[in-house]
Design a protein around this ligand. Structure first.
Ligand SMILES: [Zn+2]
Ligand SMILES: [Zn+2]
Ligand SMILES: [Zn+2]
Ligand SMILES: [Zn+2]
Ligand SMILES: [Zn+2]
Length: 372
């Protein structure tokens, strides 16, 4: 953890920031002096951070029976994520490759063919059509795992939080396909994709979640490598399990039985700069910006300005409640209105905590949801 006063104090910090604010416990300081100086900044946020800290236990509640605690932290230099993935025997394998820091980064992957391997036995992952239609609406990971007949020791939620968060946001925005165009195509504009670009096959699960619907997802963001601009990915089957004889590997499985399909199109650039091209072929029902960091990147401001103008429901997620709070301030300053969808916990957040180098507050990929 870094000293919270770093950047606003003139003299350098002492090594190590071990003094935590006694009121919120969310920030740390290298010295009493730095804590004193920082109070003029921190007093505005201290009570709010204290409330966020009080949700640590609630946020860490998941139905899963696997343990995310490090098995052997005395093996230093290994992150908790790596140890967890190793314990699940999926470290640096298949779709899991980019789940930890040792995996490839988005820019370095030149081969656009998408990874479609769960690297898990059949009973642990959804590799075929669901046995029953989706009971609407799924409200939690318990609901999802029960419907898909998956055991609670399976870690697939770590990857499936992408499509399930999209599903949840569509429920929240009350988008109904028929109400819009009657031909059962849902258009999503998905802003700021990062490691999802190396895990695109997990969006196949949307076929099971929206039977009979064609989902068109336009992924647009500055992290898209130039070589992938314009790439189209059609998904008509689920990622494969490791079972050699499982029928997810036969050609019959890839035949489109429930006529759902997911088409992903990839665009490099900022949304407000590419929107004119994207919208020619895809008028959005929902704009989704996962793990957006609205307050951290000034380039969001013209994008939010534009979204306000086009009047399409837009939902954002962020890692922690404080980021969501700061984003809501930015958004309201542009729209002149409070959020249309107030900040709330995402039941389909990723079930492994993220490291946060600046605050002790709880932090999860797709942790909190809010919307214009
Ligand atoms: Zn300091
Ligand atoms: Zn405090
Ligand atoms: Zn690793
Ligand atoms: Zn299979
Ligand atoms: Zn955070």
């Amino acid at each position: 953890m870094e000293c919270a006063a770093r950047g606003i104090v003139e003299e350098p910090c002492a090594s190590g920031a071990h003094r935590r604010c006694g009121s919120c416990g969310a920030v740390a300081y290298c010295s009493k002096g730095h804590q004193f100086i920082h109070w003029k900044v921190h007093k505005e946020e201290c009570a709010r951070l204290a409330t966020q800290m009080s949700r640590i236990d609630m946020l860490s509640q998941f139905p899963f029976t696997f343990s995310v605690e490090p098995l052997a932290l005395n093996h230093t230099n290994r992150s908790m994520r790596c140890l967890f993935l190793e314990s699940m025997k999926v470290h640096l394998k298949g779709l899991w490759k980019s789940e930890c820091m040792c995996g490839p980064d988005i820019a370095s992957v030149k081969d656009p063919s998408i990874t479609t391997e769960w690297n898990m036995e059949r009973s642990l992952c959804p590799c075929t059509e669901p046995e029953n239609p989706v009971p609407a609406p799924l409200a939690s990971w318990e609901d999802y795992f029960q419907w898909r007949s998956l055991p609670l020791h399976s870690p697939v939620a770590v990857l499936l939080h992408w499509p399930l968060t999209l599903y949840h946001c569509l429920q929240l925005s009350r988008v109904r396909t028929s109400r819009y165009d009657g031909h059962d195509t849902l258009h999503i504009h998905y802003l700021g994709p990062e490691k999802e670009l190396l895990q695109l096959a997990v969006f196949a699960e949307l076929r099971a979640l929206f039977p009979g619907v064609h989902l068109r997802i336009e992924l647009v963001g500055p992290a898209v490598p130039r070589s992938r601009d314009g790439e189209v990915v059609n998904i008509s089957s689920y990622p494969n399990c490791s079972g050699e004889s499982c029928h997810c590997r036969s050609s019959i499985a890839s035949e489109n039985l429930n006529c759902s399909a997911v088409t992903l199109r990839i665009w490099k650039g900022l949304y407000h700069e590419r929107y004119g091209d994207i919208v020619k072929d895809s008028n959005p029902h929902l704009i989704l910006a996962p793990n957006a960091g609205v307050a951290a990147y000034p380039s969001w401001m013209p994008t939010i300005e534009m979204i306000r103008g086009i009047g399409v429901p837009a939902i954002f997620t962020d890692f922690c409640e404080e980021a969501a709070h700061l984003a809501s301030c930015c958004i309201s300053s542009i729209t002149g209105q409070p959020l249309g969808l107030p900040i709330q916990v995402n039941p389909f957040r990723q079930p492994i905590e993220e490291n946060n180098s600046a605050l002790y507050i709880p932090c999860y990929s797709n942790g909190f949801v809010f919307g214009m």
